[in-house]
Design a protein around this ligand. Structure first.
Ligand code: C2E
Ligand code: CA
Ligand code: CA
Ligand code: CA
Length: 279
């Protein structure tokens, strides 16, 4: 009973947070959160389908508010976007992510790369490419060790500026992934001539595997498409062995989800990297 009450409270507070007449809606809270160390990074492993070894880590932002508790990123990231804080927040995430990655490299336990989510608003910023470049330099991490996860919307926007940015990032050696693939409304034409290396199949299509016929059709045709385009595929939201087995059998390259590990804080992630054992 206590648990359901606290869940209810969380909902109450977060709804409050969203309303415009709450002073918190101005997100002084989020500004302060950066300086008060209320924000931190969690890391979730991506494993190779074949060997189930840790191949990469995705960075997921967490906000632990002193009164409201943990606020999910799905709620505070749109707020940060609306209040013009996303560039600042995104740069902070990138810097922290590279700092952690550099430490793991020094310890000799770093995975192949680290994947960082980028909000479309952050990507649109004029300085984005330069910011990424200087963060890599500052933390002495090779561009090949960084992957940026962008949502479909960014790729579909075929204006000159977007294309130039994607090319500039790719030429540096940074990997680019399409996040939440299949949830947008885009045609597939953009895949043909954009420097995209990887596609992340949204967990909505993984959920019903291996039973649901529609999910199977979508997943199989996406895998075939990516084979043709020489892109690798990550399945998101893998929660059980039946899903993992199916995806491996169909040739999916990488798997990510609770079955292989939930997002963990840096300390637990270090332990995980030392043990190199996800299951
Ligand atoms: P996303 O990029 O699609 O991240 C995957 C989300 O699915 C994460 O939720 C993760 O915890 C969750 N997840 C992973 N495996 C499973 C699974 O097996 N089952 C289920 N049901 N869920 C799973 P999270 O951490 O709450 O993040 C939500 C969204 O917030 C992310 O979706 C991303 O769009 C955004 N986000 C998180 N951190 C950042 C960040 O640093 N920058 C930006 N721009 N966005 C972020
Ligand atoms: Ca992501
Ligand atoms: Ca995703
Ligand atoms: Ca998502």
């Amino acid at each position: 009973a206590a648990k359901s009450r606290s869940a209810g409270q969380t909902r109450f507070y977060t709804e409050d947070l969203r309303s415009e007449n709450n002073p918190l809606a101005r997100l002084q809270g989020l500004r302060d959160a950066l300086s008060n160390h209320e924000l931190s990074l969690h890391f979730q492993p991506l494993v190779t389908a074949e060997s189930e070894q840790i191949h990469a880590l995705e960075v997921l932002l967490r906000w632990d508010h002193p009164v409201m508790g943990r606020i999910p990123p799905d709620q505070f990231i749109p707020l940060a976007e609306r209040h013009g804080l996303m560039e600042l927040l995104g740069q902070w995430v990138l810097e922290q992510a590279l700092k952690h990655y550099a430490t793991w490299q020094q310890q000799g336990i770093a995975p192949h790369h680290i994947a960082v989510n980028v909000s479309p608003l952050e990507f649109q910023s004029e300085n984005f490419v330069d910011n990424v470049r200087s963060a890599l330099k500052k933390h002495q991490v090779a561009a090949q060790c960084l992957e940026l996860e962008l949502t479909e919307g960014v790729f579909v926007q075929q204006d000159v500026e977007t294309l130039e940015k994607l090319d500039a990032l790719s030429h540096q050696g940074i990997q680019l992934a399409i996040d939440d693939f299949g949830t947008g409304y885009s045609s597939l034409a953009y895949l043909k001539h954009l420097p995209v290396h990887k596609l992340k199949l949204d967990r909505a299509f993984v959920k019903g595997l291996p039973v649901n016929e529609a999910d199977r059709a979508i997943v199989e045709s996406t895998l075939a498409l990516c084979r043709g385009l020489k892109m690798s595929v990550v399945a998101e939201g893998v929660e059980n062995q039946a899903q993992a087995d199916y995806l491996r059998r169909k040739g999916c390259d990488l798997l990510q989800g609770y079955y292989y590990g939930r997002p963990n804080d840096a300390q637990a992630t270090t332990q995980l990297l030392i043990q190199q054992k996800v299951r």
